[in-house]
Design a protein around this ligand. Structure first.
Ligand code: MN
Length: 209
C-alpha cells in the first residue's frame, strides 16, 4: 500500500490554481497559511456538482487535503464510506460557501456542512506521534474531530486505486462519540456558518447576479 501511495499522482495547490479562474468562479485563490494558532482545521462542504457529494478536508502542511465522500460521513462505526482523494485546496477554501458558476471546474452549490478543528490520533509502537503528512503518505489517518455536527475519532484508510483515483474509506471509530441512531447527513442538512439550505444558497446567489 505504501508504494502505491508514493507513486500516486497527487494534485497540488499549483494544479488547483491552474484549473480554476477565481475571478470567474468567486472561489478563494489560495492562501497557504492559517491566520490563527491552535489546532488544525477540518471542513466538510456539501457540493451539488455533477453528482452530490461531501468534500471532507483536513488541514495538513498548510493545505486542505481533500476527499469526495458520495454518501457523506456517518456517526455509525459499522458504515464504511467511500472517500475518493481529490485536489488539495487552499486553507481559505474552508470559508467558501456559494455557487460555483456553470462551466467552471466543479460548478454547483457549496454549503459548509460542518467545520471545526481536529487532533491527530496516530501514534507509533513507541507512543510517538506520527505526523499527519507521514500518515497521509502511509495511507492511514486517524483524527479526533471537534465540529458542530461531528465529534470523535474518524479513520481514513487508503484501500485501492481505480480509474487513476485513490480510493479511501472513511469510518467512524468506536468511541463514546459514536452513535448509530444519529444520521446527521439527513437530519442536520443546514450550513453551520449561515444556517442556509442548499436551495437558499442557490436562490440567493442567483438573486445577487
Ligand atoms: Mn466537490
Amino acid at each position: 500500500m505504501e508504494a502505491t501511495i508514493a507513486r500516486a499522482k497527487v494534485v497540488t495547490l499549483e494544479q488547483y490554481r491552474t484549473r480554476r479562474r477565481p475571478d470567474q468562479s468567486g472561489e478563494p485563490e489560495g492562501r497557504t497559511r492559517r491566520g490563527s494558532d491552535g489546532d488544525p482545521l477540518f471542513v466538510i462542504q456539501k457540493h451539488d456538482a455533477t453528482s452530490l457529494h461531501y468534500d471532507f478536508r483536513l488541514e495538513i502542511d498548510g493545505v486542505l487535503k481533500s476527499w469526495a465522500v458520495p454518501k457523506g460521513p456517518s456517526t455509525d462505526p459499522r458504515d464504511k464510506q467511500l472517500a475518493v482523494a481529490t485536489d488539495d485546496h487552499p486553507i481559505d477554501y474552508a470559508d467558501f460557501e456559494g455557487v460555483i458558476p456553470g462551466g467552471e471546474y466543479g460548478s454547483g452549490t457549496v454549503l459548509i456542512w460542518d467545520r471545526g478543528t481536529y487532533r491527530n490520533l496516530k501514534f507509533d509502537a513507541n507512543n510517538q506521534p506520527i505526523g499527519m503528512s507521514q500518515a497521509y503518505a502511509d495511507g492511514h489517518l486517524t483524527v479526533w474531530l471537534e465540529g458542530e455536527k461531528l465529534r470523535g475519532g474518524y479513520a481514513l484508510t487508503h484501500f485501492r486505486r481505480e480509474a487513476g483515483k485513490a480510493q479511501w474509506l472513511l469510518v467512524k471509530m468506536n468511541d463514546h462519540a459514536a452513535d448509530a441512531r444519529r444520521n446527521p447527513v439527513s437530519t442536520e442538512p443546514a450550513s453551520v456558518t449561515s444556517g442556509r439550505s442548499m436551495t437558499q444558497i442557490a436562490d440567493e446567489e442567483r438573486t445577487n447576479d
